[in-house]
Design a protein around this ligand. Sequence first.
Ligand SMILES: [Zn+2]
Ligand SMILES: [Zn+2]
Length: 349
Amino acid sequence: MPPSSALIAVQDIPGAGRGVLAQQNIPANTHVLDSPRPAAHVIFRQYRKEVCAQCFGYDRGRNLPVKDNTTGKVFCSEACRENWIRDEDELGAGAWLALENFVKSKSKAVVSTLSQCSVGDKPGERAVLSRWEEAEKIASIHRQVRSVDASDPRPGIRADKGHRRTMQNVCSQPVDPDILAYLLSGMLSHRQAPERWDAEVATLAMDPEPYKDNADLEAHCNAFLQLASIVPRDLLESCTGQICQTISNASSHNSFGIRAGGEDGEEYMGYSLYPEASYFNHSCLPNISKVRVGRTWQFRTAREVVEGEQLCITYLGGDEKDLTVEERRQRLKGVWGFECMCERCRNEN
Ligand SMILES: [Zn+2]
Ligand SMILES: [Zn+2]
């Protein structure tokens, strides 16, 4: 459900999709919204020893003191480790362990495509759909094969040679731990609260062409099939092509960087999808400031706002705010897909 309170409401804005409007005059520095949990997130593997898996805490590049030896996750404190175990429950811990073992077993074939520049054109909507359809066909057979209990004497679906070869081939492809972790975190959050997923994630603004090039699309479909072969059986129902596509398509316009030192931090350590936060439109002169406290994004008024005024955050991070109007517009167009017509851009143009 879109966020709503005595202070704010989500409404259609003529010519600008939906946005968040002030329901009354609100003084400066008023806390208007919390977005407590990401629906999907990833800490890039290169930061895996430095960023707390629970609160995203970072200590200037030092390795964090508390380590979970099986899943490879690190924590800033014992309390964070306990909270992580409580939130993820047994299924989540089992899934992260399976992922860690899989990635370790592939040590020579680990790639990270997220930081690579694009090679060639973005695949179009038709190409994206047909590649996912193909992957889902293979995955649906694999889910059936895996859901047959080996000790069940009744005849179940057995994998034929062709399917076994296909899956072997998929699993021998290079692995991208960052894509695997991002998709897995989304599957786990779907599994924990399917109704929240349907109401808050599946309804976000979607980008039908979210991949920067064909290799990126290929890496996502491969990661999906690799997960179909390694996640615990109880997670298989959430390991579908549709859920992975929702994660990818929603992330393109709705995800936030996880940066050290909050919003303006230089260190870009991962990213995350916060459904409630995504209702705010962008302005280069925002009247809402956001600050991350642990996993939670808190939104406050940056100045006094009047009833009916649209509440906006900035999608620009780090030092991007200091860019010229042309540079800002180019960045926003490239990453978020819109022409910025905010007050500041109109004034500086
Ligand atoms: Zn922590
Ligand atoms: Zn602007």
